[in-house]
Design a protein around this ligand. Structure first.
Ligand code: GRF
Length: 220
């Protein structure tokens, strides 16, 4: 069984979805640790309620960014993790971590990358009256939201919908697509080889040109 470490900074709704999928054996893995840079992250409570070990590496307690990075690297290195899952982790990982765990760190981002890396993605979609919005799951490198794309989940935007409704719909997509991708990663059906994402999957839809799993969620 694979061992996962989940990194969070906040609410932890994606963490919850991943825990549920591990508990019901849809994902064949166990979560060794939930790690947070923020001691007040609500997701830590979700981890505790589910009997998962937590590790807080409090960003504010470090004078230098490099010392925080080193503490995180030390912790990740000492725990034999197969997969590191960023689920609302609000720090860009440095190269010493992304290189060491190349092909083993994934992130979820609420936009159709390369559109809208960074924050405020929902507001940008609203402002630009985009017809589509979505989420991207990608391998992580040292540059913000720019590692190899693995999967995108797409919804249509609706006229006159509120931003909070749009966010709710995006979360629904995240909670379906992230566990699905993590399941495939844990089964070695998706992996990184020579900087290319390889898929050994049946019954999934793709964007061949972009080499990624591409799922339209018309029902959300
Ligand atoms: C999600 O929208 C995810 O895409 C982004 O941060 C948010 C985390 O939400 N990276 P939650 O903490 O999982 O509820």
């Amino acid at each position: 069984m694979k061992k996962i470490g989940v990194l969070i900074s906040g609410t932890g709704s994606n963490l919850k979805a991943i825990i549920n999928n591990c508990n019901n054996k849809n994902i064949n893995a166990s979560i060794s640790f939930v790690i947070s840079d923020n001691p007040d992250a609500l997701g830590l409570q979700i981890a505790k309620e589910n009997g998962i070990l937590i590790k807080v590496i409090n960003f504010k307690e470090f004078k230098k960014r490099k010392d925080f990075d080193q503490a995180l690297l030390n912790f990740l290195s000492s725990n034999e993790l197969d997969l590191i899952v960023l689920a609302g982790f609000m720090k860009i990982l440095p190269r010493m971590i992304t290189d060491k765990f190349k092909g083993r760190i994934v992130n979820i981002h609420p936009s159709i990358l390369p559109k809208y890396p960074g924050t405020q993605t929902h507001a940008k979609v609203m402002k630009n009256k985009d017809r589509f919005h979505g989420v991207s799951i990608h391998f992580v490198n040292e540059i913000l939201d720019s590692g190899q794309l693995i999967a995108q989940g797409i919804i249509n935007t609706k006229p006159n919908q509120s931003e909070s409704n749009l966010i709710k719909r995006i979360h629904k997509v995240e909670h379906l697509l992230y566990p699905k991708v993590i399941k495939y990663l844990c089964e070695n059906k998706i992996y990184l080889e020579d900087d290319k994402v390889i898929y050994n999957l049946e019954n999934e839809t793709y964007n061949q040109k972009k080499n990624l799993m591409y799922v339209k969620y018309n029902e959300i």
